[in-house]
Design a binder for this molecule. Structure first.
Ligand code: ATP
Ligand code: MG
Length: 333
């Protein structure tokens, strides 16, 4: 097994080494390969996602991506490398779980998964402006809807769950969202053990904010999935803890903490590595089919947090440094 490490910018460089060290402790045979991408890489080389990085990512099949900064203003030639990387590796399903962790103030009994379609919908970048009118194209295809539905069903079962909610707004967009809904229903029919229901996206948002404990898994088109998964992350204790995995076919995956490069705390040695660690656990469980190692990593994270060891974003003034957290975690592994 090979893993391409792309730390990127800001706190990406502080959390990726911790997750890589944990992985190496669990599976010493994994080959780790470093690669460069992001804003500082662009400033230095003129490329945000160098060809060598893309080649290395393709060769490894699996990537751990830290975070990249984006300049506040649009800069000619710079495009976010994570979007390009997801497209190049065809990592079409974004898995975003939220689970209650042992930290003060966490919402209790939440254990849910949002599966977000990663390749189409309003994110295809087809916008037009004609005078005072602007139009964006929303593209939904049966193929992309079916494959994300299949990923949702498989992941749901792998997590030992059986209830799936399809999120859409087919009452307003019967052709696009209606197609997504119908394809999800069709795919779910070949999984008789899964109980399928549907919610309009506005109702889903309300129910997610009100009582997240009722959900096991939701599958949604790109935009709704983006918004709802940020809402769900708030129940899990914040961005420092929110993990994700972009998954494609045939073992391709990009493990990626949900947070960005956090320039306000970068370089201070206090970034929370839990989101990156739990992203690696997702890779172990769902891509590499190593549930035992995934569980060992998740337990070590929980045990460390339960012992009151956490970075300042979670523990406030009692918070410890990234290095101290890493040391406590590695000792538990
Ligand atoms: P970017 O433009 O790269 O997305 P951002 O300013 O939006 O950067 P995020 O990383 O998205 O920053 O997160 C918002 C805030 O949440 C950060 O400024 C930081 O204070 C906090 N935060 C996010 N991730 C972490 C983490 N892993 N550890 C500690 N604090 C974090
Ligand atoms: Mg951000």
């Amino acid at each position: 097994m090979k893993l391409c490490l792309i730390p990127g910018d800001g706190i990406g460089r502080e959390v990726v080494p911790v997750a890589a060290a944990a992985l190496q402790r669990l599976l010493p045979a994994v080959q780790l390969q470093q690669a460069d991408a992001g804003w500082e890489c662009f400033v230095r080389t003129g490329q945000a996602l160098p060809d060598a990085t893309l080649a290395r990512a393709r060769e490894c099949g699996a990537v751990l991506f830290g975070a990249v900064s984006s300049p506040a203003r649009k800069v000619e030639g710079y495009r976010s490398p994570i979007v390009a990387l997801r497209r190049e590796l065809n990592a079409y399903a974004n898995l975003r779980p939220t689970c209650t962790l042992p930290i003060a103030g966490a919402r209790q009994d939440v254990d849910m998964l949002i599966v977000r379609e990663n390749t189409e919908d309003l994110y295809i970048g087809e916008e037009q402006r004609d005078g005072d009118t602007a139009i964006a194209i929303k593209r939904i295809t049966a193929a992309a809807s079916r494959r994300v539905a299949r990923a949702a069903c498989e992941t749901l079962l792998a997590r030992g769950m059986h209830r799936l909610v399809i999120v859409h707004k087919a009452n307003i967009m019967p052709l696009t969202d209606g197609l997504f809904r119908d394809c999800c229903r069709e795919v779910a029919q070949s999984y008789p053990q899964i109980e399928v229901s549907e919610l309009l996206v506005d109702t889903a948002a309300y129910q997610l904010a009100r009582a997240p404990q009722q959900f096991q898994a939701l599958v949604a088109p790109n935009l709704y999935g983006d918004i709802l998964s940020d809402l769900a992350a708030a129940h899990g204790g914040g961005l420092g803890l929110a993990a994700s995995l972009n998954q494609g076919d045939a073992g391709v995956a990009i493990a990626e903490p949900v947070h960005g490069s956090a320039p306000d705390i970068a370089g201070q040695g206090v970034a929370n590595p839990v989101a990156a660690l739990l992203s690696v656990a997702l890779l172990l469980r769902h891509t590499w089919q190593r549930p035992d190692e995934a569980q060992r990593l998740e337990h070590a994270v929980r045990d460390t947090l339960a012992a009151g060891i956490a970075t300042p974003d979670v523990a406030g003034a009692a918070g410890v440094s990234t290095a101290a957290f890493a040391q406590a975690l590695l000792a538990r592994l």
